[in-house]
Design a protein around this ligand. Structure first.
Ligand code: SF4
Ligand code: SF4
Length: 433
């Protein structure tokens, strides 16, 4: 055991000890999260991970989805090239960034003099480091999804779930916060809270947005269409009532065809039981040919749609057969979070700056190395493999986590109690004594 191993062990232990305090934010989130996962998975009966109809839907398309992802990963370069080519023909402005740093620089160039950005669905932007760069450059970020608005309002910095990131705040807490920040008194119930934000934000989204940022649920290499699903309507407004819509995402958002892109989006929605009431298909900037047949971009919708497709670790993982190569197939549906034993037990302690659970920890490993992953609670994973059994594309996250633990152990970063346990088994030939 190295000194670093001991230090990381103590850090994780301290974070877990925080959970003993019933009033701390981590505990409140953890309790809420456990409840949400339990409700989601109908107590301990894992057969009901999805509600009845969603479960049928996912099972029906599972094989197709696996084929879609395998096809993309096996032919990644081909599909990326094809996608960029067709998007440019569709009047998208497309950048291919080899690294996150390149993507960040391109993004700042595209932002120009603007000191304010409206965003939604930006988990990918966080992964690519865009949010850090915006904060470093004092660019004001206006969230538009209600959950994110709440997180921003409460200045909540701990990792939260991407679907409903503010769902753990109570109605009373929100009403009190609105009183504190806006000096407006409202009845503490969901309907009134939504009405309050609708009245204040809707006008702003329709009239003030100059530059907006989103990711994409999927992008079709067949015709370059970007697919974005949502239920609040904020993304539709953001992508239409803006001058410039910037889409930032990893190249792994690409799928072979438009139908594949819609299927992936629909699956993400059904798995999370959030109804995507709107699915936008964006095939280029707004335009009209109504004046003498001359095509002019920027009628009512975005004048410009800029797409920054980021490679960073992805091609390298494929070519060098890196231990997280399988992760290229992930569609980011978060099923693995709901069923994860470590996530349920430790809430946002088993997490990284990229979000909750093992996928976020793997991302931290990719960007910041094995020590970062150990600090995020890598060894809290029990190896139960629920993530693997419930992943709609049968991605074996448990195996990736196991490989990371092996890597950490080789570097002397294994927690001391586990090492002691190993020694004891080897010596006494009995794990139960
Ligand atoms: S194997 Fe680890 S990451 Fe996967 S569900 Fe179990 S505890 Fe979570
Ligand atoms: S690894 Fe997790 S997020 Fe990725 S596709 Fe599988 S269940 Fe969904």
């Amino acid at each position: 055991m190295s000194n670093k191993g001991n230090e990381l062990y103590e850090t994780v232990k301290q974070r877990i000890n925080i959970l003993q305090d019933e009033n701390c934010l981590e505990r409140k989130f953890g309790d809420f999260w456990k409840l949400a996962c339990t409700v989601k998975t109908r107590q301990h009966d894992m057969r009901y991970l999805y509600d009845d109809t969603s479960r049928e839907f996912v099972e029906k398309y599972r094989d197709q989805l696996i084929k879609i992802r395998e096809n993309f990963v096996e032919n990644m370069e081909y599909y990326v090239e094809k996608c960029i080519d067709i998007m440019r023909k569709q009047n998208f402005k497309v950048h291919y960034a080899k690294t996150n740093k390149e993507a960040q620089d391109l993004f700042m160039e595209e932002l120009g003099d603007s000191k304010l950005i409206y965003k939604s669905k930006s988990v990918e932007a966080k992964d690519i480091g865009i949010i850090d760069v915006l904060e470093k450059n004092n660019i004001k970020i206006n969230e538009t999804d209600l959950g994110d608005i709440l997180v921003q309002l409460f200045d909540y910095k701990l990792p939260s779930f991407q679907v409903g990131p503010g769902a753990h705040f109570t109605e009373k807490e929100i009403a009190d916060k609105i009183k504190e920040v806006y000096d407006v008194e409202i009845e503490p119930n969901a309907k009134n809270i939504v009405e309050f934000f609708r009245n204040s934000y809707r006008k702003e989204l329709l009239n003030e947005v100059k530059v907006s940022l989103t990711s994409a649920n999927a992008i079709s290499a067949e015709d370059g269409t970007i697919v974005l699903g949502e239920n609040e309507g904020n993304i539709s407004l953001l992508t239409r009532a803006t001058e410039k819509h910037i889409v930032v995402c990893g190249i792994t958002k690409i799928v072979p065809t438009l139908l594949d892109a819609v299927l992936v989006t629909k699956l993400q929605s059904r798995i999370n039981n959030v109804s995507f009431n709107y699915i936008s298909l964006i095939s280029g900037p707004s335009n009209t040919s109504d004046i003498q047949g001359r095509s002019v971009t920027g009628m009512y919708g975005a004048k410009e749609v800029v797409v920054i497709l980021v490679d960073d670790w992805r091609t390298k993982a494929l070519k060098e057969n890196l231990l997280f190569k399988e992760f290229l197939k992930c569609i980011g549906c978060r099923t693995c979070n709901y069923v994860c034993t470590a996530s349920r037990a430790f809430g946002n302690i088993y997490a990284s700056k990229y979000g909750l659970g093992s996928t976020a920890i793997i991302r931290d490993y990719i960007h910041n190395g094995i020590e970062a992953a150990v600090k995020d609670g890598l060894f809290l994973c029990t190896g139960c493999e629920n993530c693997y059994h419930w992943c709609p594309i049968s991605l074996n996250l448990g195996e990736i986590i196991k490989a990371l633990k092996k890597n950490a152990t080789e570097k002397g970063l294994c927690p001391p109690p586990l090492k002691e346990y190993q020694d004891k088994i080897l010596k006494e030939k009995n794990p139960f004594n």
